[in-house]
Design a protein around this ligand. Structure first.
Ligand code: HEM
Length: 409
């Protein structure tokens, strides 16, 4: 259905089509202006204004992340249900706080510095491999490979065992889409089963041959904490590890692919970045704002509350459209303009409050290395065909983006 200002309040998130998935922003602009708390047929609300969404993210006591109620009808008694309801992102304190505290040290600046050199070498290797061909699929040969290996390093996965991670991430996160098929659910469940079996086996191998103390290995740290009695159960370790494998993979790949796509579509901003490479930091924030990898988050009210002058009863499910908040003209001057020097830029791409993305510094570091090295070595890289986007609304994904590298600088 074509929405107009008069019909914006009839928008139904669970019925969005492929055209919407390709370009959801005009619809989100209509909602933001004419139906900012848009009621859905199931009683839930779609929120699109920056101020409302930030306020929800800031108040976990009123707006819960616990998904047990919402995922039961969707996933039944399945492995997807077990997985999503055990990962920290879909839980409230005190469980959330416990997991977050255990993960904290791995996202500290010192650990990042330790990983930076090895990720830099990996980016160089990927470009070395593509150089003789003169072209690559920016998504499959570059954007997804970098986070795949970073997460592999972080969790201490042997090099030659990382290939299934991409499929697991796509299958498990794909099942969270507002529009999904029975086949997608079956695939998601099978992926959780495979990932659990793999990690169980890896844990027993690590127990038999523990990693060296100086090696970064989140999985091993979680195992050691649980053996010391202040950690997680084995099931909690498995699901939080699977969550991290997924959370850091598709999203970071999507930042790199969407970021390059934005530069291709805005040659004047790309030229500006070429002339002033020190703008890369603000350019990456602008990419996160314009094409937020996670476009929609959720919360449920646990008590009666209000947003502005609208009363919201306890038990209301909320869809937080981060992608719409990040283009709200009340927060961002000229929000449809891609401005590589935009500052300030308080986007919500990494959420806000207690669930702020634990991996945000890691993702920013990967993006700095990926864009920095690619653009420096191949300043004339250009697309050979438009980006291919799948039918997904929750995640802003590019499936494939063929590029010609051009001459080396
Ligand atoms: C550009 C890349 C990324 C984006 C856009 C992103 C986005 C997000 C968002 C929006 C949330 C919060 C969801 C909510 O509030 O309901 C989140 C949570 C999380 N992310 Fe990321 N993420 C990215 C990369 C990563 C990476 C690389 C890792 C790990 C290596 C990671 C690990 C996590 C974890 C552990 C949480 C749960 C935090 C909590 O609930 O306390 N993310 N991410």
């Amino acid at each position: 259905m074509l929405l107009t200002p008069a019909t914006a309040d009839r928008f139904v998130l669970s019925e969005v089509d492929h055209a919407f998935a390709r370009d959801p922003y005009p619809t989100y602009a209509l909602l933001r202006e004419h139906a900012p708390l848009c009621r859905q047929p199931d009683g839930s609300l779609v929120l699109t204004r920056y101020e409302d969404i930030r306020a929800v993210m800031a108040d976990p006591l009123t707006f819960s992340s616990d998904k047990r109620i919402d995922f039961k009808p969707r996933f039944g008694d399945s492995l997807l249900y077990e997985h999503h309801t055990t990962s920290l992102v879909f839980n409230d304190p005190p469980y959330h706080t416990r997991v977050r505290r255990l993960l904290g040290p791995f996202f500290a600046a010192r650990t990042l510095r330790q990983m930076e050199a090895s990720i830099g070498r990996m980016v160089d290797r990927l470009l070395d491999q593509a150089a003789p061909r003169g072209r690559m699929d920016l998504v499959k040969d570059f954007a997804l490979v970098i986070p795949l290996n970073l997460i592999g390093d972080l969790l201490g996965l042997p090099w030659d065992e990382r290939q299934p991670l991409l499929h697991w991430a796509t299958a498990i996160l794909g099942a969270l889409e507002p529009v999904r098929s029975a086949a997608q659910l079956a695939e998601g469940n099978a992926a959780v089963e495979d990932a659990k079996a793999y990690l169980r086996n890896l844990i027993s191998r690590k127990r038999a041959a523990p990693p060296r103390p100086e090696e970064i290995d989140v999985l091993w740290a979680l195992i050691e904490a649980s053996e010391a009695g202040d950690g997680l159960t084995e099931l909690e370790i498995l699901h939080n590890s699977i969550f991290m494998l997924n959370a850091g993979h598709d999203t970071t790949g999507s930042l790199i692919a969407n970021g390059m796509d934005l530069l291709f579509r805005h040659p004047e901003e790309r030229a500006r970045l070429g002339a002033e490479p020190e703008l890369l930091k603000t350019a990456i924030e602008e990419m996160l704002r314009m094409e937020s990898p996670l476009q929609i988050g959720n919360r449920r009210t646990v008590r009666n509350t209000r947003l502005g002058d609208v009363a919201i009863p306890a038990g209301t499910y909320l869809h937080l459209v981060i992608a719409a908040a990040n283009r709200d003209p009340r927060q961002f001057p000229d929000p449809e303009r891609f401005d590589v020097a935009r500052d300030p830029n308080r986007h919500l791409a990494f959420s806000h409050g207690i669930h702020t993305c634990a991996g945000n510094s890691v993702a920013r570091m990967e993006a700095m290395l990926a864009f920095g090295k690619l653009l420096q070595r191949f300043p004339q890289v250009r697309p050979l065909a438009p980006a291919v986007r799948p039918h997904r609304a929750r995640f802003r994904v590019i499936e494939s983006l063929e590029v010609e590298l051009g001459p080396e600088a």
